[in-house]
Design a protein around this ligand. Structure first.
Ligand code: IMP
Ligand code: MG
Length: 182
């Protein structure tokens, strides 16, 4: 993605949907729920790159149960705002999941394709337990039957950027979630 100017880059940030404070409060609440569910039992947090890296960073700092972290990379959007339709795992985790209580940390459930593929793949490795936590959910966009175990915010069908989510690789470093618009 190319921008002719900084004004042009900024003009695409249409409006803030979820503020930094709202995100941080929801992350604290989710971390408290994780602490209560696992009650001191060690967990493995698995973040899906790149979109979930910011969310992962905040979640792992907010939980107090012993936590290992791991990263997978999945690609489904190649550029812009239109899904390519298929999911590619471009980097896998190496842990033996039979030893772990696994929590997937994902940025957004959109069509549901990415998570349903990843969940199928990881559950086949027999983890001790398995949960999916998603920062955002766009239920109106679902094309496959998939629900996360915990969702922090349900949003309407807008393409969003910030807090890890990109458009053409930009805007991941915004500390809030905004609506993107041409
Ligand atoms: P899926 O359609 O549920 O498989 O979502 C796949 C991936 O698309 C997500 O993990 C995000 O990285 C990306 N994605 C979906 N919706 C948005 C959006 O509104 N903004 C930025 N990325 C998105
Ligand atoms: Mg993603």
């Amino acid at each position: 993605m190319k921008f002719d100017s900084y004004e042009n880059y900024q003009s695409k940030i249409k409006r803030v949907l979820i503020t930094e404070d709202e995100i941080q409060a929801a992350v604290k609440k989710a971390a408290k729920a994780i602490d209560e569910i696992y009650d001191g039992t060690p967990i493995l947090l698995v973040s899906i790159l790149k979109g979930a890296f910011v969310f992962m960073s905040d979640v792992c700092k907010a939980v107090t149960v012993p936590a290992e972290i791991a990263f997978m990379m999945a690609k489904s959007y190649f550029d812009g705002t239109v899904s390519s339709g298929n999911v590619q795992i471009t980097m896998d985790i190496t842990q033996n999941l039979e030893k772990y209580h696994v929590i997937i940390i994902e940025d957004i459930v959109d069509t549901g394709r990415t998570l349903s593929e990843i969940v199928k793949m990881l559950k086949a490795r027999n983890p001790k337990s398995f949960r999916v936590i998603a920062l955002l959910d766009k239920p109106s966009r679902r094309t496959v039957d998939f629900e996360a175990d915990m969702v922090l915010f349900t949003i309407p069908d807008h393409f969003v950027i910030g807090y890890g989510l990109d458009c053409g690789e930009y805007y991941r470093n915004l500390p809030y979630i905004a609506e993107y618009g041409e």
